[in-house]
Structure formats: structure tokens, C-alpha cells
Design a protein around this ligand. Structure first.
Ligand code: UDP
Ligand code: MG
Length: 315
């Protein structure tokens, strides 16, 4: 059985050498135990601007188990991961995806492989606690999981992109034609036998987070709008509610007119103009979000371009 560990990297020169030695050790231990016959690390350099690619190349010269793909442009974490998984779906029996920064526990890879050998196709790495995350990150993430669940997205709590996928699951995944990738939602919609492995999330080993708030927000928006059309329906309910309210208002207005105590009405008018204006804008923006998604999908653009490969990587 051949295992590939897919690691997307964007400006990760500070952590790469430690990541390489830890993952190499894990692969060595698994081989010794007899859990795997072969293993490689596949770095996907997501258009880094620092020395990430030079490092990957130099590691691959020294160690046949280290391979890499360099993407021509920064396409984002999800797309970069996809590039690696696509390679693995052809060349490996199973793939584990993990971030370069060592926040996820590499020791959880062993138990993942054990599940795989018992015939499980998808093994989720789940964070036990979020002690090391900031208050802000922890709570926005939790709110996001709740919202996703509430909107009908079938995602696993506290699971990011640390998981094992069997070849069967990988092939199913890469058959998804969509360009808007939200991998954790897509994986849980595959429906193959799955299991969970729990671990404690650590601090980033070195370097800074490559997910500033703006990227996180757009990731969350992508997650919601590529998995749920319920926001559209809620807008319809909101519209119905407004119509109902306005009917009541008309009845009330007519009654008070007949009663002869017509009020100047400026306040209520101006308030409702603003209110309805806001509601319409909100509705348009949500519809626009979906139209934008459709636009992106119908363009069928390639997800990434490979610029270079390490010499030792099979085609
Ligand atoms: N990453 C990437 N492309 C990007 C941003 C991030 O490949 O445009 C990689 C990054 O190198 C890391 C992983 O995605 O391996 C997760 O990023 P990070 O650890 O910075 O996110 P956080 O843990 O702060 O959410
Ligand atoms: Mg991280």
C-alpha cells in the first residue's frame, strides 16, 4: 500500500525543514510497522514568493520520499490541496492531507492508516480542543460550524483539512467538476465509510498564519454559498413577511383615514423606505453571490497550472 502525504505550502520557508523531518519520521515508522509499503510527501507550492520551492527541491534531491509540485500562481489553499489530491488519486492507495505549519498532530496519521487498513475510506482528523487558537478564531470558527449545520451543510465539527482519503474516495472527489472548492463539505457528501481520529491542535511551528480575516471571511462565504441555497429561500420568506406587514399597514392606514385622524405619516414613510431599501439591497447581494458562483462555474476555467515538478515525481 502506498501512502501520499499532501501538504499545501504558501510562503512556508520557516517551517518546511521541520515539517519534512517529522513527516519523514512518521512515514519511516509506518513502514517499519508494516502498515504501509511505500510513502511520499507531496508538497504543493502554491505560488510562494519566498524560498519554499528551493527548499522543496533541495529536500527532494536528498530524500527520494520528498516530492513536490510548483503551481504557477497562488490559487489558494483549497485549490492547491486539490492539485495534490489529484496526483494522489492516480499514484497512491491513500492520501493524507495536512497543513505545512505542524498545527495538526502528525502522530494522528498512524491511527488514520490503521482505520484505512480496516477498510475505512475517509478518516477525519478532529481537534479535541482549541486551546491554542485565539478567542476570536475559536468563536468565529464555532459560529461558522453552527451556521453551516443550520443551513443544512453536512460538515464535521472542528475538522479542517487534516484527513485521510482512500483511492476510491479520492477518485470520487476529483470527479466533482465544480470550481468553487469547499473540500470539507465535498468530502462529507461522498458518503463512504468514515471514522474520526482526535488530536490536540498546537501552535503554528513557525511563520505567520496565511489566513488573515479577509481570507477567512471569504472562505466562510464560499462554504455557505457553495453548499446551501437556503439563504435564497430565507429571502423569499422575508419578502413574504414584508408583504404581510405592508398589508396590515395599509389596512391600518385606511381605517385611520376613515376615522378622520390621519397622521402626517412622514416618519413611518421614511422609516419604511429605508427599511425596504436595505432589505432589497441585501436580497440582491445574496442573489448576486449565487450568480457570481454560476458565472465562475460556467467559465470552466482550469483550477491551477503546474509550473515545475521535482525530478523524482512520477508523471
Ligand atoms: N496555504 C496555501 N495557499 C494560500 C494560503 C495558505 O497553500 O493561499 C496553505 C498554508 O501554507 C498552510 C495551509 O494552507 O499549509 C493552512 O494555512 P494556515 O496555517 O496559514 O491557516 P490557519 O491555520 O491560520 O487557518
Ligand atoms: Mg495553520
Amino acid at each position: 500500500m502506498k501512502l501520499t502525504i499532501v501538504v499545501p505550502c504558501y510562503n512556508e520557508e520557516a517551517v518546511l525543514s521541520e515539517t519534512t523531518s517529522r513527516l519523514t519520521r512518521v512515514i519511516g515508522a509506518l513502514k517499519e510497522k508494516g502498515s504501509i509499503d511505500e510513502g511520499n510527501i507531496l508538497y504543493v507550492d502554491d505560488g510562494s514568493k519566498d524560498r519554499t520551492w528551493e527548499l522543496i527541491e533541495s529536500f527532494s534531491c536528498r530524500n527520494a520520499g520528498v516530492t513536490g509540485i510548483k503551481l504557477a500562481h497562488n490559487v489558494g489553499h483549497q485549490q492547491a490541496l486539490w492539485a495534490g489530491l489529484e496526483w494522489a488519486s492516480v499514484h497512491a492507495d491513500a492520501a493524507v492531507s495536512i497543513d505545512a505549519d505542524l498545527q495538526d498532530d502528525v502522530e494522528a496519521i498512524g491511527p488514520m492508516v490503521d482505520y484505512f487498513s480496516k477498510g475505512i475510506d475517509v478518516v477525519y482528523g478532529v481537534r479535541r480542543e482549541r486551546k491554542t487558537d485565539t478567542f476570536f478564531k475559536k468563536n468565529t470558527a464555532l459560529a461558522f460550524y453552527r451556521l453551516m449545520r443550520g443551513l443544512g451543510g453536512d460538515i464535521v465539527y472542528n475538522h479542517a483539512d487534516f484527513r485521510l482519503l482512500s483511492r476510491r474516495a479520492l477518485q470520487a472527489l476529483v470527479s466533482f467538476p465544480e470550481r468553487n472548492l469547499f473540500l470539507r463539505g465535498m468530502v462529507s457528501s461522498l458518503g463512504f465509510p468514515s471514522a474520526m481520529v482526535y488530536y490536540d491542535r498546537k501552535e503554528r511551528f513557525a511563520g505567520e498564519s496565511k489566513y488573515p480575516f479577509s481570507k477567512m471571511f471569504s472562505f466562510a462565504m464560499d462554504g455557505i454559498t457553495s453548499f446551501s441555497v437556503r439563504p435564497l429561500r430565507y429571502i423569499a420568506y422575508l419578502g413574504l413577511l414584508f408583504i404581510l406587514i405592508s398589508v396590515l399597514a395599509i389596512v391600518y392606514g385606511l381605517c385611520s383615514y376613515v376615522d378622520g385622524k390621519t397622521i402626517p405619516g412622514w416618519t413611518s414613510l421614511i422609516v419604511s423606505v429605508w427599511f425596504i431599501g436595505g432589505a432589497i439591497l441585501l436580497a440582491c447581494s445574496i442573489i448576486g453571490e449565487y450568480v457570481g458562483k454560476i458565472y465562475k462555474e460556467v467559465k470552466r476555467r482550469p483550477r491551477y497550472f503546474v509550473e515545475k515538478r521535482t525530478e523524482n515525481l512520477e508523471k
